[in-house]
Write a protein that binds this ligand. Structure first.
Ligand code: SF4
Ligand code: SF4
Length: 405
């Protein structure tokens, strides 16, 4: 789901310890939230919970995750710290040796909360910052004034002070795409070593009938990547990732490979270990209201099962609903999709959710395929490519039969 574009090649192990027998779990553990972000894919609400899993049920899910040998539980929401039993869940997971990572808006993390997270052995805290400009962040976060201050001067500061690794998460929309380099600069200034830019996947409040028109264009996304590579080179102390646009892997490998096709292929091999769509293959997602399990966080209308009725292991190994979808995701069998003819299929796969929402066909080509954008901008003369990169582009174009359109 993500790709490091740090200025040098390296491999992080956390991408490698997940596979089909040890999936990573994204767990949206509550619907409740104190903010109202306009791009929220889970349609989080303020106030009372709607039929959330009980404490007994969530603890059983952790037992099941242990049985499934999941290496990493990424706990998210809503705002996960709102759940009264969240520390019990984290403790049980840590006791089993499951790594726990927290994805939060950061506004509720007091010094005491930070110390508690440290005590619970939370390994990483990702805090959402949508813009280096407080007013833009607060607007995206649902017009909640002071949200930026609370996240930066509260959450991030407190987590850093207790020594838990912290990273910034930024969802890329038309409202903030031009500020991406400043987000990396902000991280550098604050001493934060990681920024993950999440491409907008249209689902939840950010989807059908929602803010689909905040999706940047494919060309904007390509220009964003080019600027991000320059920025990442300028701040080598900050690890920069993009998430949920699997085509970024091939594009970044191509733009980073300074010398020749051999270097490009070497970087692509790294991408194959870390990038590509992992939905239903290396990751699964559990949603809060009734415990539905999905192939990924954004596939939220195609459940594989439900933890109230089945064990997690059963759902993962023998999904009884949407079985064909899961098998095809695992086998990368997209029928007659152009992606099947793409030389980068095994490094990418495109985002299936975006393909479904924007094209009406889950197996079609990702409409925000940045490899295709690179081809188009090169055709328009906006990007200079070396002869070997031109060869790579022509091969891509001919394989798909798309003529740069
Ligand atoms: S055509 Fe499909 S598989 Fe190829 S780079 Fe684009 S989205 Fe990925
Ligand atoms: S379907 Fe899209 S959102 Fe889901 S894992 Fe694949 S790339 Fe990410």
């Amino acid at each position: 789901m993500s790709l490091s574009i740090k200025g040098h090649d390296y491999v992080r192990s956390d991408r490698e310890f997940t596979d089909i027998s040890r999936p990573l779990i994204f767990w949206n553990i509550t619907y409740r939230c104190n903010l109202k972000c306009i791009h929220c894919y889970i349609n989080a609400i303020q106030g009372l919970s709607r039929d959330e899993l009980t404490t007994e049920e969530v603890l059983r899910v952790v037992d099941d995750a242990h049985e499934l040998r999941t290496p990493l539980l990424i706990i998210s929401g809503g705002e996960p710290l709102i759940r009264e039993d969240i520390t019990e869940v984290m403790k049980r997971a840590s006791d089993y040796g499951i790594k726990v990572s927290l994805s939060t808006n950061g506004t509720l993390i007091t010094r005491d909360w930070a110390l508690k997270l440290k005590e619970l052995n939370v390994q990483y805290v990702g805090i959402s910052i949508d813009s280096p400009v407080p007013e833009i962040h607060d607007k995206i976060r649902g017009g909640v004034q002071g949200a930026w201050d609370l996240a930066i001067r509260g959450g991030i500061k407190n987590v850093m002070e207790v020594g838990i690794p912290v990273g910034i998460r930024t969802t890329v929309t038309k409202l903030n795409i031009d500020h991406a380099p400043e987000v990396v600069e902000l991280a550098h200034r604050l001493g934060i070593s990681r920024v993950a830019f999440y491409h907008l996947v249209p689902s939840g409040r950010g989807g059908r009938g929602g803010i689909i028109n905040l999706l940047p264009s494919p060309e904007q996304l390509l220009r964003f990547l080019v600027r991000l590579i320059d920025t990442a080179r300028k701040y080598p102390d900050v690890e920069v990732l993009t998430v949920d646009n699997p085509a970024d892997g091939g594009v970044v490998a191509s733009l980073l490979a300074s010398s020749d096709e051999g270097e490009f292929m070497g970087k692509l091999r790294l991408v194959s270990r870390m990038g590509a769509c992992s939905a239903g293959r290396k990751v699964m997602s559990i949603y809060p209201p009734n415990g539905d399990v999905y192939p990924c966080q954004f596939f939220n209308d195609k459940p594989m099962g439900n933890v109230r009725r089945e064990r997690l292991t059963e759902i993962w190994l023998r999904p009884r609903v949407n079985t064909e979808l899961v098998i095809r995701l695992r086998e990368r069998n997209y029928g007659d999709s152009p992606c099947m003819r793409c030389p980068y299929l095994r490094y990418c796969g495109g985002c299936r959710v975006r393909a479904e929402v924007l094209n009406g066909d889950v197996w079609s080509m990702d409409p925000l395929c940045t490899m295709n954008s690179l081809l188009r901008l090169w055709r328009l003369g906006e990007v200079d490519l070396r002869p070997w990169q031109v060869r790579v582009m022509r091969e891509f174009e001919e394989s798909l039969g798309i003529n740069g359109n």
